[in-house]
Every structure is written in structure tokens, then in C-alpha cells.
Design a protein around this ligand. Structure first.
Ligand code: GAR
Length: 192
């Protein structure tokens, strides 16, 4: 990716709580940040992350997910309008189409609460505990048209303790997510 002066413009796609959005925003406000968040898009009108974006004075939009084609068409208009360089999916629970990836033509990345390629999809913590895994973690990866696939940018793992429950593991992994998402963006912006 082109290394230019000025901060890269990021759009964050969400579907809910928005804690990753929050941590990205916090980082983006530091002096050293190489990026700024210029746009937040949600497919859910009641996503908590939208309220947070409004409070933080970031342009934010709810786009009804009546169908993928329409959602992506409207998103592309906004991405163009706000001159977005990179899309970060942060708890965005939809799969983007090949056509959308091609039309956007700049990187799209995603964060996922497992050590990919293990446990794509939902219930990652439940599955890791059920299978008796020794480790779990979080992964930031390039998005392709397959769910939770694509080249891994950064991954960090954590030990699963005997005492861990789905809830406690989720909490620990979320902490990792908040730490590695901005790191992964910096890595992407400076090395690719
Ligand atoms: C996060 O744990 C994120 O990794 C996960 O949804 C949660 C959203 O939390 N994403 C996926 O599972 C995508 N496959 P947040 O809304 O508080 O950032």
C-alpha cells in the first residue's frame, strides 16, 4: 500500500457493541497514529457502536441489510464520498462479496476471536473449550469472499485455563483484540 504523508482514512463496519471500534478510535487519537476513522457503517440500527461514533463526532450510518447487493452499493457510495483507504470489519457479522472487494479495490481487514484458521464463524470460545484446546486468541486478517479467511496479518494467543468458561475466555480474548487491531493496521500500512 502507498506510504504517504497524512493519515490514512479508515471506515469501520460494525453490527453491534463496538468495543473494537472504541479501541481503534482511542488509538487513532494518539499523536503517533497513522490513521483516522472517517466513517462508521452498521447493518444494525440499534448497534451500540453507532451511538459511540455519534458521541465521538464520527460520521456514521445505518444501512438496512435488505440484501447484500443493496447494502454494498450504498456502502460503496459512502466509501467513495469519504475517500476511504482501508475498511476494518469490527464485529461486522456479514460476509462481503467478491464484487464488493473488487469494486472497493483497497484493503479490507477483519478481526476474529480465534486462532484462525481454527474456528471460523460463531461460538469460537465455546468450541475451543469444548475441544480441550490449550490456547485461544485473536486474529486480524485480510478479507476475501470466504468467511474468516484470507492472509493473516497478526495473531496473538493466550492460554486457556482449566477454570475458564466461555465468558471468561471471551473477556480475555477481547482484551487481546483491543490490543492487536491497531497494531495490525500499522503493520499493514507500513509493510504492504
Ligand atoms: C469481537 O469479538 C469480534 O472479534 C467478533 O465479534 C466481536 C465484536 O465485538 N467478530 C467476529 O466474530 C467476526 N467473525 P465488538 O462489537 O465489541 O467489537
Amino acid at each position: 500500500m502507498e506510504k504517504s504523508l497524512g493519515r490514512k482514512k479508515i471506515a469501520v463496519f460494525i453490527s453491534g457493541r463496538g468495543s473494537n471500534l472504541k479501541s481503534l478510535l482511542k488509538y487513532s487519537k494518539t499523536k503517533k497514529s497513522l490513521f483516522k476513522i472517517v466513517l462508521v457503517i452498521s447493518n444494525k440500527s440499534n448497534a451500540k457502536g453507532l451511538e459511540y461514533a455519534s458521541k465521538s463526532k464520527i460520521k456514521n450510518f445505518f444501512i438496512k441489510y435488505s440484501n447484500k447487493k443493496n447494502f454494498e452499493k450504498q456502502s460503496l457510495k459512502l466509501l467513495k464520498k469519504y475517500k476511504v483507504d482501508l475498511i476494518c470489519l469490527a464485529g461486522f457479522m456479514k460476509i462481503v462479496s467478491k464484487n464488493f472487494i473488487k469494486r472497493f479495490s483497497k484493503p479490507i481487514i477483519n478481526i476474529h476471536p480465534s486462532l484462525l484458521p481454527k474456528y471460523k464463524g460463531l461460538d469460537t470460545h465455546y468450541r475451543a473449550i469444548k475441544n480441550g484446546d490449550k490456547f485461544s486468541g485473536a486474529t486480524v486478517h485480510i478479507v476475501n469472499e470466504k468467511m474468516d479467511s484470507g492472509k493473516i496479518i497478526l495473531q496473538e494467543k493466550i492460554k486457556i485455563l482449566k477454570s475458564d468458561t466461555e465468558k471468561s475466555l471471551e473477556k480475555k480474548v477481547l482484551k487481546i483484540e483491543h490490543r492487536i487491531y491497531s497494531k495490525a493496521i500499522i503493520k499493514l500500512l507500513t509493510t504492504y
